[in-house]
Each structure stands twice: as structure tokens, then as C-alpha cells.
Design a protein around this ligand. Structure first.
Ligand SMILES: Cc1cc2nc3c(=O)[nH]c(=O)nc-3n(C[C@H](O)[C@H](O)[C@H](O)COP(=O)(O)OP(=O)(O)OC[C@H]3O[C@@H](n4cnc5c(N)ncnc54)[C@H](O)[C@@H]3O)c2cc1C
Length: 497
């Protein structure tokens, strides 16, 4: 099958029997639901750009498994050049959607599971790597979207999986049959899960022997028997159900997260990639998190580009763009955004091959990248709010601007009053002003803040998770040795002193 178009992707979703609940009800036509559709539109962009000759080099790659052209989201990185192109592709998509386009979790899980299964098989003589290669070939050939599902509900954070009062707080195997396993539990915060054809499940933490049944990785169709999803609420999400397209801020695109429940789901042997090899669960988590921490050095930067542009427009529309402090704030926003991009590119350029042959990023630099991502988008939106002014949160609704209701002493309508008092720089329509203010509201504290702010904080692991990795990777001992030599505490082994 050739690469799908965005429209073909949408039609492929209609054929699934994915069970989706929202506001306590089952949603039958979730594909066209106004709260879901913007997130589908974002993924459509990953398909449509793959057909654009100008973007083809970033958006597609040649599969090492089949030699065929595949969407880069389904590709195993074969070089540092592939890793760099991944980050550039993500920046491009952030620029085109100003939202989370959801397909990165799949790509990052493919690369982590591919290399980890190779090393599990090497130690235990299992066949997970072959299973995985067959699965990924199927994904590539059918140009599918796969949710990389790692995060479990985790219950009491102070207790290991086997120690939880409720054993389902981490996904686990409840039955082993000759032809497969039965799994139970849930994954939370799942980006794009409803819009995915399949799910690739991974354990969420490093485990010990007592957690053997929780050390499990597998693939299952999103509409498999026993799988259902509960849609996650986002700030201001019901604006998507209103008439009009200004107050929503980003009328076309959005992100999506959901609770995915596995209610005794049967997984045939061919789709199992780990079952009990608890000593490899940490490796899978670390590798997935590493790739995903790199990802944010691309996608958040692309969104940041749009935020900076919107802040500059807000200043222009307000008539303040010539003020030196505004110019300086835009420079600062750019500096922060490009620093994130530099981190994404650096951890890619410093990547290296895994034992299985695909490339992984430099783990230390990827963790530094994500640690910055937990901070810089917050500063960027703080500066955007400063530049925009308070109107981004106090402006009347789109309906008010269009209202024919008479209120003024001389018969002026509410619409006329709003248009009079919200006019600013000459020649700029109040409608354009509303659009840019609402866009900034959406990104700073509306539905898009889920992706630009809180996901920057917690996605791919909370800040402390990166600090632990930075500490592990920083080789402090070597730094101490360097200091000893310079300070004359120790003689250098080098011939050049
Ligand atoms: C918008 C968004 C999208 C996401 N998308 C995905 C996705 O597609 N796939 C996926 O698998 N996951 C996804 N995640 C999940 C993400 O990886 C988690 O949010 C992250 O790992 C943190 O877990 P938590 O949210 O349960 O927070 P918690 O684990 O509750 O952490 C809250 C705080 O408690 C601290 N803490 C937690 N446990 C301990 C402990 N044992 N000891 C000390 N301190 C602790 C943390 O450091 C943090 O400061 C997404 C998250 C968000 C917000």
C-alpha cells in the first residue's frame, strides 16, 4: 500500500470499532466530533506533507526493513542524519499546526522497542525482535498511526507495581495461554490514542523480579476486544462545540489525550515484545524517554515559532511594535526557542548506533534538552502574555462582536460598540485582533496549553526524571580527575603537559 493521504487516513479511522467515551457517554461518530476532530486534523498534516515534494525529504524515509518509502514517523533511524531530520520534521509540523500532532510517541516507541528486543533476545534466546520487525513492517506497509503507550496510572507513587493495593495500577499479565497472554490495566495521558490504529504498550518504570508480570510489552489494535478509552478534558475544550471559529483560538488543529483501559485483552504471541524480562524494562523506558525528550526539541520549537509570530503581530496590532522592550522580548523568546532547537539537533548529531543497528540519540544531551523544555516554553508564554496585553483574556466573545442587539443611546448595537472600543492600530480590523488574542489565549492557558505547557513539563517524564538521568550520564568522576590535574593534585597521564 502506498503512503496514505490525510483524507484516506480519516476514512481508515471510520472503519475501526474504537470505543470512545466522553462526558460519561459513548461517542459513536468520534471522527467528526467537534472536540476530537481538531486532533485528527493535526495527524492528517503528517500524511499530507509526506506527499508534498518540498517536504518529502523530511517527511519520508527508506525503510531498512523493506527498502520501501515510508512515512518518517514509522521509520527506524539509520543514521545521525535521520535523527536530525526527525527533529526538523517535528519543527515543521509544529509550525503548520501549532499543536501536538500526536504521531511522535509511536515513532519513539518503535525505535526503543526495536533496539531493546534485540538485546533481550541476545540474553534470553527469545524471539521478540522478529515479532517486532514483522509488526513494524505491517505498520509501515499500511502507513498506520500507532500510540506509544508507556504511562500507567501508577497508584501510590511510593509503592512498586506488585505492592499496590489494587494490582491493576500497572498493566500486567493475568493469564498465560499457549497462544498468547491476557493483559489487564490501563494507560493514562495517552496522546492521540483514539486517533491511532494500533497501540504499542511498554512498561513505565524499571522493575525487579517481584514485578515480573508487569514487565510486559506488546501491540494491540485500538479496537481490540476489551479495549476502551475515556477522552481527556482540556481547558476551554467546549469552545470547540460552539458556533464560530474565533474564540477557540486555533480553529483547525488541536491535541488529544485519553485514558486507555485494557479490560482483559488477549494478545497473540506474535505481538508480544517482552513478557517477564524485568531486567530490560528499565532499558526500554530509558530509550523511549530519551527519544521522546529529543522530540520536544523539535515539536515545541515549531509551536514556539508560531507563538513568537503571534506575539509580534499582537504588538503590531496594538501599535506597540516599535518599542525597544517589545523588540527585546521578541529577541529573548527567539533565543529561548532556538536554544531548545539547538539541544534537539545536538543530541541527534551526537547519536550513535545501538546493537540492533538503529540509531539512538545522545542520552545526556536529550535529557538536557527536555530539562530546558520544562522551563523555556513557560518563559516564552510569559513574555507573549506581557506583549499581548490583558485583552487576550478579557475580550468579549465573537458573538458579541457580531451582535445586532441594540444597547447604545443612539441605537448602536453591541457589535458596533465592541468594534469601536477594541479598535487599535489604524487599518487593523478588530476581527484580526480578536483572532491573534484568542490564539495566544489558547496557547497560554486554553486547550493548546496542554501541549505547549503541561506536556512540556511532564510529557516524556517530569523534570526530576531528567535530573536523575543527567546525574547518571554526567561522568562526574572524570570531571574531578580533570580538576585534580589542572590544580596540580594529580599528574596527567598524557605526554603533553
Ligand atoms: C499532555 C501530556 C501528554 C502525555 N502523553 C503521553 C503519551 O502519549 N504516552 C505516555 O505513555 N505518556 C504520556 N504522558 C505521560 C507523562 O509521561 C507523565 O505525565 C509523566 O511521566 C509524569 O507522570 P504523572 O503525570 O503520573 O505524574 P506523577 O508521577 O504523579 O508526578 C508528579 C510529581 O511527583 C513526583 N514523583 C512521582 N513519583 C515519585 C516518586 N516515586 N518519588 C519521588 N517523586 C515522585 C514527580 O517527579 C513529579 O514532580 C503525557 C503527559 C502529558 C501531561
Amino acid at each position: 500500500m502506498a503512503l496514505m493521504t490525510g483524507q484516506e487516513y480519516v476514512e481508515s479511522l471510520r472503519k475501526l470499532n474504537t470505543r470512545v467515551y466522553m462526558f460519561g457517554e459513548k461517542i459513536e461518530n468520534w471522527v467528526d466530533h467537534p472536540m476530537v476532530r481538531p486532533s485528527i486534523n493535526s495527524i492528517m498534516m503528517t500524511y499530507d506533507l509526506a506527499h508534498d515534494p518540498e517536504c518529502e525529504d523530511l517527511m519520508t524515509a527508506t525503510s531498512n526493513l523493506t527498502g520501501k518509502k515510508v512515512n518518517r514517523f514509522n521509520h527506524l533511524h539509520q543514521s545521525t542524519d535521520d535523527l536530525v531530520k526527525k527533529v526538523k520534521m517535528q519543527r515543521l509540523l509544529g509550525q503548520k499546526t501549532a499543536s501536538c500532532f500526536q504521531r511522535c510517541v509511536g515513532m519513539d516507541s518503535f525505535n526503543a522497542v526495536f533496539s531493546t528486543t534485540f538485546e533481550v533476545d541476545e540474553k534470553y534466546g527469545t524471539h521478540y525482535h522478529d515479532n517486532f520487525k514483522k509488526f513494524l513492517t505491517f505498520v509501515q506497509d499500511n502507513d498506520l498511526v500507532v500510540d506509544g503507550a508507556m504511562t500507567d496510572p501508577k497508584g501510590d507513587r511510593g509503592k512498586a507495581p506488585h505492592d499496590q493495593p489494587d494490582p491493576d495500577m500497572f498493566v500486567h499479565v493475568v493469564e498465560r495461554r499457549p497462544d498468547g497472554i491476557v493483559v489487564r490495566g490501563a494507560k493514562v495521558h495517552q496522546t492521540g490514542s483514539i486517533n491511532s490504529h494500533w497501540h504499542l504498550m511498554m512498561p513505565t518504570i524499571a522493575m525487579r523480579e517481584a514485578d515480573k508480570d508487569y514487565a510486559v510489552s506488546f501491540a494491540c489494535p485500538s479496537d481490540a476486544e476489551g479495549v476502551y478509552m475515556v477522552y481527556g478534558r482540556q481547558s476551554c475544550d467546549t469552545r470547540k462545540m460552539e458556533e464560530g471559529c474565533i474564540d477557540v483560538g486555533n480553529p483547525k488543529f488541536g491535541g488529544q489525550e485519553a485514558l486507555v483501559v485494557l479490560d482483559d485483552v488477549f494478545i497473540p504471541n506474535e505481538y508480544i515484545f517482552m513478557d517477564g524480562e524485568y531486567d530490560f524494562s528499565g532499558m526500554m523506558v530509558e530509550r523511549f524517554a530519551g527519544y521522546h525528550r529529543q522530540s520536544y526539541g523539535g515539536c515545541k520549537v515549531g509551536v514556539g515559532d508560531v507563538v513568537i509570530g503571534a506575539a509580534a503581530l499582537a504588538a503590531e496590532y496594538n501599535g506597540a511594535e516599535k518599542a525597544s522592550h517589545i523588540k527585546d522580548k521578541l529577541i529573548e523568546m527567539t533565543h529561548l526557542n532556538e536554544t531548545l532547537f539547538s539541544c534537539g539537533i545536538a543530541c541527534s548529531c551526537e547519536g550513535c548506533p545501538t546493537k540492533s543497528g538503529n540509531y539512538q540519540i545522545n542520552l545526556l544531551l536529550a535529557n538536557v534538552c527536555k530539562q530546558n523544555v520544562t522551563r523555556f516554553p513557560y518563559e516564552i508564554v510569559r513574555l507573549a502574555e506581557d506583549i499581548a496585553g490583558g485583552l487576550m483574556v478579557t475580550m468579549p466573545s465573537e458573538k458579541d462582536f457580531k451582535s445586532a442587539t441594540v444597547a447604545g443611546r443612539n441605537g448602536e448595537t453591541i457589535g458596533e460598540i465592541c468594534n469601536k472600543y477594541f479598535a487599535a492600530h489604524e487599518g487593523v480590523s478588530t476581527e484580526d485582533r480578536q483572532k491573534i488574542m484568542r490564539f495566544l489565549e489558547n496557547i497560554c492557558l486554553g486547550a493548546a496549553a496542554v501541549g505547549y505547557r503541561t506536556e512540556s513539563m511532564h510529557g516524556a517524564g517530569s523534570p526530576q526524571a531528567q535530573r536523575i538521568m543527567i546525574s547518571r550520564q554526567s561522568n562526574l568522576q572524570n570531571k574531578k580527575e580533570l580538576a585534580k590535574i589542572i590544580a596540580g593534585i594529580k599528574k596527567s597521564d598524557s605526554a603533553i603537559d
